[in-house]
Design a protein around this ligand. Structure first.
Ligand code: ADP
Length: 430
């Protein structure tokens, strides 16, 4: 054991099937915590730890180090909380993985498709963590599952306000999560599906279609199946969105975390061949406050522009003339049915592209750069269903000179000229 200078170190000896849970204080300039595996074997959310390697966790991290066989670990620094728990649902989660793996084997044998799994439950029950665990276990046994991220509030893949899909090729990195290369991302524009449920369902269908097309040409992707992470909104339209998702993806398995009523409702409303399974949440899952969620969202955007940990990006700042871009918001404010023009439905208004005239109020808004081909009216049709090729943030608007200044991950010019505005704002404090 080589002590880390200036930091207290605490040793934990863990018995088999127990976990050490710890939290790093949130806020700025907090002391990071290092974790080191000394003996035995252990994993963090499904990714194995290497012995005698120090893993660093920064502000706000909430971590569980689980061991199947027993191990000892060291923590360097003073975490906000640290305790050992013997009471974890990990065995149930492992059994779930085993059942999914069984389905993949069968799919391989019978030349069919692997399990499509939807993970549902209210906020803060560990949905994302269960997804990560199941994906890492699958990839560790040689599968190539797909992560479908429908949580527009706390996306693990892209910036908030998006839905996306990502092929998983290796287990999540212990410190950084899944490596995000070439995800398929769609613009939603806000952090809750309720802002535009029609659009949300439409994008779910788009992702399902693209995924199914990929399965047709890629056997490994098809056998690997997918794990779909959803939003914590499970009532009313939120519930309907889950039912829609189950049908769009033709899911085979639904894992309901810690919500018996939701479990019963889905059992009642989904076709009988869908296996709906109720799983307990882990006692370790930490509830996050509104502020905490907002900070996480902000951090996600910051990472997009400035990089993360070892990797530093240097974003560009340049001017864009209003006349060179077309900015749209998806969805017109809803109006009473009786006031709709003849032949138009609410659907049309929610999926409508509304041109945005750039003004001061555009400042700090995140804009998605649509991959839709530039061009006039004709091209406008496909914009909602087109993936996004990147994001920019408006940092200043000059209505006099008709120019706005943007923060961009790439140098000028913009790759495309169709921009979609998000409700989400980002203030660059660098
Ligand atoms: P959800 O997706 O349902 O909102 P998450 O999976 O994001 O919930 O979990 C919420 C927080 O709890 C995350 O910060 C995660 O790292 C933490 N967490 C999950 N499981 C555990 C555990 N067993 N011990 C400690 N922290 C955990």
């Amino acid at each position: 054991e080589v002590p880390v200078p200036g930091k207290v170190s605490t040793r934990y000896d863990l018995e088999k099937e127990t976990e050490l849970r710890f939290e790093v204080e949130s806020g700025e300039a907090v002391e990071q915590i290092e974790l080191e595996l000394l003996t035995g074997m252990a994993e963090v959310f499904g990714s194995e730890l290497n012995r005698n390697k120090k893993y660093t966790f920064g502000a706000g991290a909430k971590i569980a180090v689980f061991t199947w066989q027993g191990c000892s670990v060291n923590l360097y620094g003073k975490p906000e909380v640290a305790y050992v728990s013997k009471d974890t649902p990990m065995l149930l989660y492992l059994n779930t993985h085993a059942a999914l793996e069984q389905m993949r084997r069968q799919a391989e044998r019978d030349n069919e498709r692997g399990p499509r799994v939807m993970v549902v439950g209210p906020t803060d029950v560990g949905k994302s963590t269960v997804c990560r665990l199941l994906l890492s276990y699958a990839v560790r046994v040689g599968r190539r599952p797909t992560l479908v991220e429908l949580d527009v509030g706390q996306s693990g893949v892209s910036v908030p306000g998006t839905v996306s899909a990502l092929c998983i090729e290796r287990p999540a990195d212990v410190e950084e999560g899944f490596s995000v290369q070439a995800p398929l991302v769609y613009h939603f524009g806000s952090t809750t599906p309720g802002t535009n449920i029609k659009l949300y369902n439409k994008l779910t269908s788009c992702l399902a279609e693209v995924y199914s097309q990929r399965c047709e040409v890629n056997r490994k992707a098809s056998v690997g199946g997918c794990i779909i992470n959803t939003c914590g909104w499970v009532k009313g339209s939120g519930y309907q969105a889950l039912v829609h998702c189950a049908s769009a993806f033709e899911v085979d398995v639904v894992l309901v975390l810690d919500h018996e009523r939701l479990y019963n409702e889905l059992k009642r409303d989904l076709p009988h061949f869908v296996r709906v399974v109720l799983l307990p949440k882990s006692g370790g899952v930490v509830e996050r406050s509104k502020e905490c969620r907002r900070d996480t969202r902000d951090e996600k955007i910051r990472e997009y522009f400035y990089g993360f940990r070892g990797v530093t990006f240097y974003p560009f700042s340049y001017e864009v003339r209003f006349s060179d871009v077309r900015i749209y918001k998806i969805g017109a404010p809803s109006i009473p049915d009786s006031c709709l023009p003849l032949g138009m439905s609410q659907d049309d208004t929610q999926l409508k592209l509304v041109p945005v005239t750039p003004g001061r109020d555009l400042t700090y808004h995140v804009l998605s750069v649509s991959s839709a081909e530039d061009g006039e009216e004709g091209a406008r049709k496909g914009i909602v269903e087109s993936p996004v090729c990147g994001f920019i943030v408006v940092t200043n608007v000059d209505t006099q000179t008709q120019v706005m200044k943007v923060l961009s991950p790439a140098p000028r010019p913009l790759p495309r000229h169709t921009l979609l505005i998000m409700d989400i704002r980002f203030m660059d404090s660098k």
